[in-house]
Design a protein around this ligand. Structure first.
Ligand code: NAD
Length: 368
């Protein structure tokens, strides 16, 4: 097989239904001369046949270790933990460049196999912006989860487990049904409203029927005065979507919640940003990440203080795997088209340079 080949591997991370290459992008790559091999994967939101229909060659699940060595292997999430050497060029989110737990051992596998890692999180355009990210659907899904939790709480219940939705229409009709015509009375404040996640959150709120005057869109201009912000207590749902890069004044703390007592309107906080364990978390009112099985955590409050729940799920786009994959894959497409020229194409040359820097850090760390 030639340099014009790509191999889409299966995903092994539980609940991960998204794909880095969708049938739509596979077709576009085939149209410009690529041949695409796709591992059969029941976990993926796209059926194997959808890839076959557009001209991909289907192969067994998890068979990439036997792929010809010159074919780049593309996936979304990290590979399962192992010590086997990695000989191929891999493209995925490896979560090992920021010294996350086990980072050096992940890179040691590439070192041992003389493979290469192009980490999707660090592919950048000329201006330093990520070429593809999942933010929009994180905000969109986070807002949906927030409204579902809000409606449950209105019924005196806590939101039960969440399952990925087949598509956006299903998510919207589910939220709309649960709100029982009450959407126009709901007030929400989206923090970081001009960013990717923030725009997604605002769009969901609009699509399920919140009044525009009830959607408070805050970004840097509105928070310049410095928190905490009592305005947050006067909405039903607070959706935090900021990109935290430095220490900033808190948006809300237990003190304001305690002091507001029963005058508080706020009942749900969705922390899309999920800086849960970051010492600079601007919403230091909770300290765990919640999950699809148990999406909310209730704050411990004094008697008489109405319930307040937080959603802090760190893989929200998985709730909308089809649309999230389509948008991510479309944004990645121009870079994927350049993969055959990866020795000279800027985006891949820079990704390889970063990989080599991280690899030498790992080699030093492990004394290899
Ligand atoms: N929970 C999840 O599943 C999930 C998924 C994707 C991204 N994220 C996280 O969401 C966060 C946002 O990502 P993004 O891609 O939307 O970032 P982005 O850079 O596109 O947008 C961030 C926005 O926050 C605003 N902002 C920054 N500091 C602010 C402040 N002090 N006050 C008000 N606004 C402020 C910025 O001006 C910008 O508009 C990141 O931390 C990212 O890791 C979470």
């Amino acid at each position: 097989m030639s340099e014009n080949s790509l191999w889409l591997r299966c995903e092994k991370k539980p609940f991960e239904r998204r794909a880095a290459i969708t049938p739509t992008t596979a077709k576009k790559l085939i149209d410009v001369g690529y041949s695409i091999t796709v591992e059969r994967d029941e976990q993926r939101i796209f059926d194997d046949e959808e890839y076959e229909t557009v001209g991909c060659t289907l192969v067994d699940n998890d068979s990439w270790p036997t792929a010809p060595i010159n074919i780049p292997i593309i996936g979304l999430k990290e590979l399962p933990t192992s010590s086997s050497p990695l000989k191929h060029t891999h493209v995925h989110f490896a979560h090992c460049y920021k010294h996350q737990a086990g980072w050096a051992s992940v890179l040691a596998r590439f070192y041992a196999g003389k493979g290469t890692l192009y980490d999707l999180e660090f592919l950048q355009d000329e201006s330093g912006r990520r070429v593809a990210a999942f933010g929009f659907h994180a905000g969109f899904a986070g807002a949906a989860a927030g409204l579902l939790a809000y409606a449950s709480l209105k019924d005196g219940k806590t939101l039960g487990s969440l399952e990925p939705f087949a598509n956006e229409a299903e998510m919207i009709s589910s939220v709309t049904a649960k709100l029982q015509g009450n959407a126009k009375n709901v007030k929400a404040l989206v923090m970081g409203a001009l960013g990717r996640c923030g725009r997604g959150a605002v769009e969901l709120l609009q699509k399920v029927g919140l009044k525009d005057s009830n959607i408070f869109k805050w970004d840097l201009a509105e928070t310049a005065k410095g928190g905490p912000f009592l305005e947050i207590l006067d909405v039903d749902i607070f959706i935090n979507c900021i990109y935290l890069s430095t220490k900033i004044p808190h948006f809300l703390t237990p003190k304001e919640i305690r002091e507001a007592g029963s005058s508080r309107r706020l009942s749900i906080i969705v922390d899309v940003s999920c800086d849960t364990t970051n010492p600079n978390n601007p919403i230091p009112v909770y300290d765990i990440n919640t999950t699809f099985e148990k999406p909310t955590v209730a704050l411990k409050l004094d008697p008489g203080n109405p319930p307040l729940e937080v959603i802090s799920i760190d893989h929200l786009p998985t709730l909308l795997p089809r649309e999230a994959s389509e948008q991510f894959s479309a944004d990645l497409l121009p870079s994927l088209k350049e993969l055959k020229n990866r020795r000279t194409a800027r985006v891949w040359v820079e990704a390889e340079k970063l990989y080599k820097e991280k690899l030498s850090e790992a080699v030093k760390e492990l004394g290899l």
